[in-house]
Write a protein that binds this ligand. Structure first.
Ligand code: PMP
Length: 437
C-alpha cells in the first residue's frame, strides 16, 4: 500500500490552521491528580441551566429518557470531534457497514448534517478559480459551496448507472497523471460525487463504475468526496448494495459524508465525515474554530436512540424507511406513466426521493416552472439548478416523491402534463411567429 501525502490537497488557509495553545493545557487534565482544582474551564456552570431532565416518546410508544446527568451532556459544550459515546457508535457503524481497508489510518468527525461536512472539506481544499470535477447533474447544496470560488467546473456526465467513468477520463484528459506531483500544476484535487440515489437523478452508481472511477482517482492522485446521505435509501436488499468508495479505498483518498437526515431526522442536524486522519484533523480544526462543537442535545438524542435500538433495531428502522420511500416511488412512477408518457422520459430511480424527468419537446423548463406552474397548482424544480452552468438551457425537472400522498402525486402530475402541453404549444407558436411573423 502506498503512503499518501495530503499536502497537495490543502489550500493556504487550511495549511495555516493549527490547534489552539489552550488545547495542550486541557489535555493535561487527563493526567491530573484526583484532588487537583481546575480553575481554567470556560464552560458555564450546569447548575444554571433551566432544563434538568426530559423524556421523548418514540413512534412505537417507547420512551427515551434523558436523566439529569444526560441532560447536562445535552446542554453543555462537548468535544469538537463529537459527543464521545456517539462518536464511538459512528465509528463502529462505519466499520461494520464499510469495512474500510485503511481503517487504522482513518478518523471520524461528527458534523452539523453532512452539508457542514461538505462545506468544511471543500473549504479545506478550494482556492479561487480551481478546476473541480463534479458529477452532473449535481446536488445544488454542493454548487452553493463551490460557486463563490468561481471554480472552473469539469462536469462529469452521469446516466441511469451513475457517474460515467469515460466522462471522468475525458474531463482529465488535459493533464497527465504525473502532473499531480507538480505543486504548480492546476490539476484538480478531488471528484465530488453522490454515488447512491443521486440528488437529483436517483441513480445508484454501479459497483463496476465505482471501481473504475476509484482507479482513475488513484492514477491522477485525486480525492473522492463521497456524499452519501441516501445510502440507506437504496431500493434493494442491503446485501446487494454496491461497495461504497470508502470500502474500495485501499490508498486513503476517500472522504465519506454520512447523514441521519434522511433516516432519523433532518432537523437534528447530525452527520459525520470519515476519512484519512490528516484530513479529518484539518476539518476538526475548522470545526473547532467555527462552531466549537455540534449541538450536544442532538448528538445525545441520536446516541440514545442508537443505543436503544442496537444494530438490529437500526436495521429494522432503516428497512421500514426504505420500504416507505420505495412505495412512494412506485406511486410516483404510476402517476408518471399515466400522465407523462409520450411527453417526458425518465429512468426508474434506484433509491432516494426524486424522479428526474426530461421534457424533450421543450428547450428549457425554467420559465415554464417559474412563470406558469403555480397557475396549474403544481410546483417542481427546474433542472437548471442542478447544473454547473446555470445560464445554459435545461430540459429537465426534478419531482419529489417524499412527502405527497399517491393521490396528490396523481393530481400534481396531471397538472404538470397540462402545463407541459401548453408550453409545447407556446413554444411552437413562438417558433411559427419567428419564422413567418
Ligand atoms: N448531500 C445531498 C446529496 C443532499 O441531497 C443533501 C440534502 N438534501 C445533503 C447533502 C445535506 O444533507 P444534511 O446536511 O441534511 O445531512
Amino acid at each position: 500500500m502506498s503512503q499518501m501525502k495530503y499536502d497537495r490537497f490543502l489550500n493556504e488557509i487550511s495549511r495555516r490552521r493549527e490547534p489552539s495553545l489552550l488545547r495542550e493545557l486541557f489535555s493535561l487534565q487527563v493526567e491530573a491528580p484526583e484532588d487537583a482544582v481546575f480553575l481554567m474551564a470556560g464552560m458555564p456552570n450546569p447548575d444554571t441551566f433551566p432544563l434538568v431532565e426530559g423524556s421523548l416518546t418514540l413512534r412505537d410508544g417507547r420512551a427515551l429518557t434523558l436523566s439529569p446527568k444526560k441532560m447536562v451532556d445535552c446542554l453543555q459544550y462537548g468535544p469538537t470531534p463529537g459527543y464521545p459515546p456517539l462518536l464511538k457508535q459512528l465509528k463502529d457503524l462505519t466499520q461494520r457497514l464499510h469495512e474500510p481497508p485503511r481503517w487504522r489510518d482513518s478518523d471520524v468527525v461528527v458534523t452539523t448534517g453532512s452539508q457542514s461536512g461538505l462545506f468544511m472539506a471543500m473549504e479545506m481544499m478550494m482556492s479561487p478559480n480551481d478546476y473541480v470535477l463534479i458529477e452532473e447533474p449535481c446536488y445544488t447544496g454542493a454548487i452553493s459551496i463551490l460557486a463563490p470560488y468561481s471554480p472552473r467546473y469539469l462536469p462529469v456526465n452521469s446516466d441511469s448507472e451513475g457517474m460515467i467513468p469515460d466522462s471522468l477520463k475525458a474531463a482529465l484528459s488535459r493533464w497527465r497523471p504525473k502532473d499531480a506531483q507538480d505543486p504548480l500544476s492546476d490539476i484538480p484535487k478531488f471528484i465530488y460525487t453522490i454515488p447512491t440515489a443521486c440528488n437529483p437523478t436517483g441513480a445508484v452508481t454501479s459497483e463496476e463504475r465505482r471501481r473504475e472511477i476509484y482507479k482513475t482517482a488513484c492514477e491522477y492522485n485525486l480525492l473522492i468526496l463521497e456524499d452519501d446521505p441516501y445510502y440507506f435509501l437504496q431500493f434493494m436488499d442491503e446485501e446487494k448494495f454496491p461497495s461504497s468508495y470508502l470500502r474500495l479505498d485501499t490508498e486513503g483518498r476517500v472522504l465519506r459524508f454520512d447523514s441521519f437526515s434522511k433516516i432519523i431526522a433532518s432537523g437534528l442536524r447530525v452527520g459525520w465525515v470519515t476519512g484519512p486522519q490528516p484530513l479529518i484533523r484539518k476539518i476538526n480544526l475548522h470545526k473547532g474554530a467555527s462552531v466549537i462543537s455540534s449541538a450536544s442535545m442532538s448528538q445525545v438524542v441520536v446516541n440514545e436512540l442508537l443505543e436503544m435500538w442496537g444494530d438490529e433495531g437500526l436495521r429494522k428502522h432503516v428497512r421500514e424507511v426504505r420500504r416507505f420511500y420505495h412505495t412512494q416511488r412506485d406511486a410516483m412512477l404510476l402517476a408518471a406513466e399515466k400522465h407523462l408518457s409520450g411527453l417526458c422520459e425518465w429512468s426508474v430511480p434506484a433509491g432516494g426521493m426524486f424522479l428526474w424527468i426530461k421534457v424533450g419537446r421543450i428547450s428549457d423548463t425554467w420559465s415554464m416552472v417559474l412563470e406558469r406552474a403555480m397557475k396549474k397548482k403544481v410546483m417542481v424544480v427546474p433542472g437548471q439548478g442542478f447544473m454547473t452552468d446555470s445560464s445554459s438551457l435545461c430540459q429537465y425537472l426534478r419531482l419529489s416523491f417524499s412527502a405527497n400522498t399517491p393521490l396528490n402525486m396523481e393530481k400534481g402530475l396531471c397538472g404538470l402534463a397540462q402545463l407541459i402541453r401548453e408550453e409545447i404549444e407556446l413554444q411552437n407558436s413562438h417558433q411559427f411567429l419567428q419564422k413567418w411573423g
